[in-house]
Design a protein around this ligand. Structure first.
Ligand code: SF4
Ligand code: SF4
Length: 360
């Protein structure tokens, strides 16, 4: 902790205080930060936190007394769709930093719901691995934190959403050939920080209303590891959750192809509410990928600078991981932020911003 406090102090010295409500990233006015490898504290915390489940704020407490207030209507599916759409449209943190100030990172979301007792969560334990949480397992952890009994799986739902990446960012990344474009790199970092902030605000509101809620990827339970069957994987895959919610199907590059394409960020959280699924899940997990449907494409493979995608082996996660890890240096040097990323195979491809026409 002393380490972070030390560098935080350096960082704070190097940025200008303007009273901007968007926080210290936005207080770096009209210039790049210096020595970002040392000074982009939020970036470092985010990157390490994402891998190791660290540096997240404490979970908001459950307001046990509010649970007894049965006069208050419970949030329903529309409530979640509206709050997510509204926050993405108006939240001050859905914004790029220098030199793209005030550009929104994400467009309007797609939202889906899954019942907590959906058998697909047990399938995930087989397909991804036994480490992947069911909604009940993570909700039990949150219930125990708050000294209450865990709700039954049928009393739980998962809210999953897709945040499409803006047209400017997609255009820039489509023009990139070796490394991610600057807007893409900012989206990886600032978009993730925004997404976590937004979900935390919603979880805090629900907990304040006496409704148990938890975002699994911002708990100490979240820890990315290499697994024998699936390589690098986390115990809560937003992509698989979004598939389960009927929001899309997988492409050759393993991204989820949705009606807004595969250039997006995904998120999800678990709530102690009965929400009704609003989308039909495709049985074919590759229903929206041209190659998988026997139509010539593999544009994603042609976009990959390290040949991590081939018709024979599909997506080689290890080769991809190495390239993405190497991008950390590039982003630091050129964009002055501490983040890794790539996404070249998600842009300048037929599934970038829509389901390819022949498959709609
Ligand atoms: S670019 Fe073509 S082959 Fe690759 S995921 Fe998209 S549709 Fe499938
Ligand atoms: S993310 Fe980059 S390295 Fe990984 S498969 Fe796509 S283009 Fe290749």
């Amino acid at each position: 902790m002393q380490y972070w406090a030390f560098y935080e102090a350096i960082n704070m010295n190097m940025i200008e205080e303007t009273g901007d409500p968007m926080g210290k990233r936005r207080r770096m006015k009209d210039r790049y930060r210096r020595a970002s490898f040392l000074t982009d504290i939020e970036g470092m915390k985010n990157a390490i936190g994402e891998m190791r489940g660290m540096f997240f704020p404490k979970q908001p407490p459950l307001n046990i007394h509010a649970r007894k207030n049965i006069a208050m209507p419970l949030p329903d599916e529309s409530w979640f769709e509206n709050i997510l759409t509204d926050k993405i449209a108006h939240h001050p943190e859905n914004a790029m930093e220098y030199p793209f100030y005030d550009e929104p990172i994400f467009d309007a979301p797609l939202v889906g719901f899954i019942r907590g007792d959906d058998p697909i969560f047990h399938t995930f334990k087989e397909v991804i691995g036994p480490h992947h949480f069911t909604p009940w397992e993570i909700m039990k952890w949150q219930a125990e934190n708050n000294g209450v009994t865990a709700p039954e799986p049928e009393e739980i739902s998962v809210v999953s959403f897709v945040m499409p990446i803006s047209r400017n960012t997609r255009r820039d990344n489509a023009a990139a050939v070796d490394w991610p474009a600057e807007r893409w790199a900012q989206t990886r970092l600032l978009g993730e920080i925004f997404s976590q902030t937004m979900v935390r605000e919603i979880v805090t509101e629900l907990m304040g209303r006496g409704i148990l809620a938890v975002s699994p990827d911002v708990t100490p339970k979240f820890n990315k590891k290499r697994y024998p069957n699936v390589g690098w994987a986390s115990p809560w895959s937003h992509r698989h959750i979004a598939y389960a919610a009927g929001l899309g199907t997988f492409g050759m590059q393993d991204f989820l192809i949705t009606e807004k394409g595969c250039a997006h960020r995904l998120s999800s959280f678990v709530v102690n509410l009965k929400l009704t699924p609003n989308r039909k899940r495709q049985e074919d997990i590759h229903a929206y990928c041209l190659h998988h449907q026997g139509i010539s494409c593999l544009k994603c493979a042609a976009r990959c600078p390290v040949n991590a995608i081939t018709a024979e082996t599909a997506h080689n996660k290890e080769t991809c991981y190495q390239k993405v890890a190497d991008s950390l240096k590039y982003c630091n040097k050129n964009y002055h932020i501490f983040i890794y990323g790539c996404g070249l195979c998600a842009t300048d491809v037929p599934c970038e911003s829509e389901i390819p026409k022949p498959l709609r």
